[in-house]
Ligand binder design. Sequence first.
Ligand code: ADP
Length: 657
Amino acid sequence: MAKKEFKAESKRLLDLMINSIYTNKEIFLRELISNASDAIDKLYYKELQSGKAGINRDDFKITIETDKNAGTLKIIDNGIGMTLEEVENNLGTIAKSGSFDFKTGMGAAEAKEKSEEGVETEGGLGDDREKIDIIGQFGVGFYSAFMVSDRVEVVTKADGSDKAYRWVSEGVDGYEVEETEKPEAGTEITLKIKADTADENYSQYLQDGTLQRLVKNYSDYIRYPIEMMVEKRKMREGTGIPAGENGEPAVPAEFDTYEELVTLNSMVPLWKKQKSELTEEDYNNFYKDKFDYTEPLKVIHTNVEGVVSYTSLLFIPSQAPYNYYTKEFEKGLQLYSSGVLIMEKCGDLLPNHFSFVKGLVDSQDLSLNISREMLQHDRQLKAIAQRLEKKIKSELLSMQSNDRARYNEFYKNFGLQLKFGVYEGYGINKEVLKDLIMFYSSSEKQLVTLKEYVSRMKEDQDVIYYACGESAEKIDKLPQTEGLRDRGFEILYLTDDVDEFALQMLYDYDGKQFKSVQSDDIDLGQSEEEKQEAEKKAADNKDVIEAVKAALEGKVAEVKLSSRLKTHPVCLTSKGGLSIEMEKVLSQMPMEGGIEASKVLEINSGHPIVEKLAAAFAEDKEKLNKYAKLLYNQALLIEGLPIEDPVEFSNAICDLL
Ligand code: ADP
């Protein structure tokens, strides 16, 4: 029989297909099994519709057969099969897929044909991107078989027809079709697996173990049984038993091999089962089987019916992956289309701030393109992603209020990511996240939410106080926090680099702005009397303070007497938006060198040091200079900032001693 050429375009597409569309050759099996399952679906529904009696889903199956000697792999189904016309159309021309539905008027296939006829002059297929887009319109899943085979043979008989056909192709060169015999309707695809090369181990596709793994991995939840004869071993009777005195078997074991028909897939996806049927253990085992080696912290199983219907099974891990906070970490959920895995990691389903979530989404409403690796339309995907985000948020909130210990556990691992999320994209996600974040509270001695903080605010308090530092212990000891705590104010302790940036992005919570206790203009809620006294003291010591400032020329923007401090003589605060903590964070980044906070040296007005300074100012200007530098360096040390000249500092201390 004469060899037929693939259509010109098909040739190029087939070539592209074999060489570039799929990154992962092993998915050919998933494609062929999915086609087989589709073909069975079609026959099953056809029979249902025709009202045929005694139709039973159990009569349908997909069979895998290998012949290691011949080097062939067969995928057999008893589905609807193909007529000659269908064989020609579906397998002879890549740019035609029987499953593709031209819903949108003139599809690209017609457009392409017209252009070949010269009606349209615009030449297509300029670059690879365009090729993929065009491929995206059609079914070429079948052709993925050529990634692993030298030769593909399809024997098929359409339901209701008495003729069967054999289609054979060795790739881009073309194909042959001839009539043949086949007793039952259905399709049998035989792949002549390629010989192994230095880079590729093709012969694995003839091995039971590989095939079992691939089915389990990609097609576990296909609704029809996928059966295969699997080689098993059985101990030959009378050998290998019993153990002798030294523990060795008295007789060496010998085995007989035999074959057993095995159903490779479990058919009903766990996520499709009723929640009431499932135990915590079922979920945990499933999770450990597929996603992680430890049990999940939380399982979220949801079934949504709507414009886009889907089932999602999400897990919050009980620990962060080792590379979670690095660039290497890749977020994403498994994506299934009616039980068939089409994407291992679909990143678009999760926002960055919830990137820790693992699990899967299964929907029948996704429009797929040919490779099943890329989704043609992401509108449905976006809709699903939005609902997932809402769901994850509400589950986390309910954990936060009903099971705080567990939430704390979660927060320990992923709280940082939530705070990055607040900061990311100029705060576009802050509404989603503001109730999920927590900070350590000076009064509660544990993590608290902003809502909890605000609910406890004193009547005359109009800002949310926070302080930054390396650890809660260190912040506790800061001079700036002491006074406020004494007056009964709660302070949030910020210990992660991102914290203050996140709060700045948040701007306020419930109308209450955030205020650093380390900024110079903090209102301590003093009485009128206290304020007057402070003003008087400042006026009395104006010249002394000016002299201290002159001694620290270029180092601080301002020096002032302060009544905020209790026991400590000095502290550093900052003016304006950039705090000292932010300066520290930014100074660690390679790009941001040279950005400095505008610092204010505050001297405790109630501390005897003020009198000492006044005396030095009157007697000995050199001494005053030395004191000023000492106090400044002390304040730097308290803030955890490096002092400029440690030798000079230590000499100055010795002098004084
Ligand atoms: P897709 O499945 O995405 O439409 P394929 O290239 O995998 O594209 O298949 C092309 C067409 O060939 C299918 O749409 C179907 O009509 C037909 N086909 C493929 N495999 C089978 C099969 N096992 N039984 C019946 N028809 C099949």
